[in-house]
Write a protein that binds this ligand. Structure first.
Ligand code: SAH
Length: 352
């Protein structure tokens, strides 16, 4: 039995499924899901994320979060949270970079929001020596000041897709033809949540909606509003998405999302406007990752690290710096949005 066979049987019995349900099963099915069964990261995996490219990424994120903590009077008990921590590399770099900040580690409760048992085990190995706590959902965050980061987490949350048809919308669905999975469209229906998209779309245009993402922002933003804190949301996407952004990656190359159910990474672009609209606290303008990292001093940090490097290590280090910041690489595609309390300062690197 494979996930493909399981989905075909399920669709044969119950009819076509929403793209969001397909995406959830592909990524997190308890037996066959991509994150449940694979180690997707790095050169030997299917994709490489910023924290896996260079330690500088996590170090600078750590300093930005610690700066917000100090700006808010260094609260003596707080949550240091990461959503979708992957291998745990980003959190390890955050913790190493903030070791010297007086009182920060003593006051921090490290909390990881992670769905995959396999990745929880990996995070536990990477963070040996610390005492992280794992939770399943944002609702379980304690009522404390909350300093949080999410890198390439929101792009993994399941989206629904709708195609404009007159004044209504047809939902894109996954159905079957013979034994293959195929895309189709459901009946026309009104979608009140898409009312704001009638101005900028025409017949045949596709828009996406991610209720899991907006629910998380609503809950996290409420914590920050009520108790203080800050959050850095880093992902690819833009202020408003239009068109089909569902993408499957295997061995660092795009593949058909319907052909490799559970075997490939599935993501969609993040619609930052939808996150902003759901956010109950203040939020920064979205800032390209390259600009954000430059403002936090990545070039100086890169030069310092380079002093102890030679030959191939130095070459890789220079390339990593470029990869994270250059507009033709990750510098522009990836955006950063900061959440912060209404009367507070935006996180360092995200100043207007
Ligand atoms: N932040 C890491 C990993 C990004 S991959 C990095 O930058 O390297 C996405 C991560 O989110 C994985 O750890 C995956 O298991 C986790 N994840 C995906 N969907 C989730 C969900 N609904 N709830 C919690 N974790 C989830």
């Amino acid at each position: 039995m494979s996930l493909h066979d399981l989905l075909v049987a399920q669709i044969a019995a119950n009819g076509p499924m929403r793209v969001s349900d397909f995406m959830s099963d592909c990524l997190l099915h308890p037996e066959f899901g991509y994150y449940t069964t694979q180690d997707p990261f790095g050169a030997s995996g299917d994709f490489t994320t910023a924290p896996e490219i260079s330690q500088m990424f996590g170090e600078l994120i750590g300093l930005s979060l610690a700066q917000s903590w100090m700006d808010q009077g260094s609260p003596t008990a707080f949550t240091l949270a990461e959503f979708g921590p992957g291998r745990g590399t980003l959190m390890a770099d955050i913790l190493r970079a903030t070791k010297g900040i007086s009182g920060f580690h003593d006051a921090a409760n490290i909390v990881l929001i992670e769905a995959s048992p396999k990745l929880r085990a990996q995070q536990s190995r990477t963070l040996a020596g610390y005492d992280p706590q794992w939770i399943d959902s944002v609702e379980q965050l304690a009522p404390l000041p909350t300093y949080a980061v999410a890198n390439e987490f929101f792009d993994a949350l399941p989206i629904r897709q709708f195609v404009r048809d007159g004044i209504g919308w047809r939902e894109r669905q996954v159905g079957i033809s013979d034994h293959a999975l195929i895309f189709g469209l459901g009946a026309i229906s009104p979608q009140p949540a898409l009312a704001h998209r009638t101005e900028d779309t025409k017949d045949g245009d596709m828009v996406e909606e991610c209720t899991a993402a907006t629910a998380i922002i609503a809950s996290l933003g409420q914590r920050i509003k009520d108790h203080g804190g800050a959050a850095l949301i880093i992902d690819y996407g833009d202020w408003r998405s239009l068109g089909d952004t569902l993408q499957a990656l295997k061995n660092h190359a795009p593949v058909d999302p319907l052909l490799q159910a559970g075997q490939a990474d599935l993501t969609a672009h993040v619609d930052f406007e939808a996150l902003a609209n759901a956010c109950p606290c203040a939020y920064s303008r979205i800032t390209p990752q390259g600009v954000f990292l430059e403002r936090l001093g990545i070039t100086q940090r890169a030069q310092t690290l380079a002093q102890n490097m030679e030959a191939d290590t130095l070459k890789a280090h220079v390339l990593a710096h470029k990869r994270l910041t250059h507009p033709d690489e990750m510098g522009n595609l990836f955006k950063v949005m900061g959440l912060y309390p209404e009367q507070g300062r935006p996180p360092a690197g995200l100043e207007p």
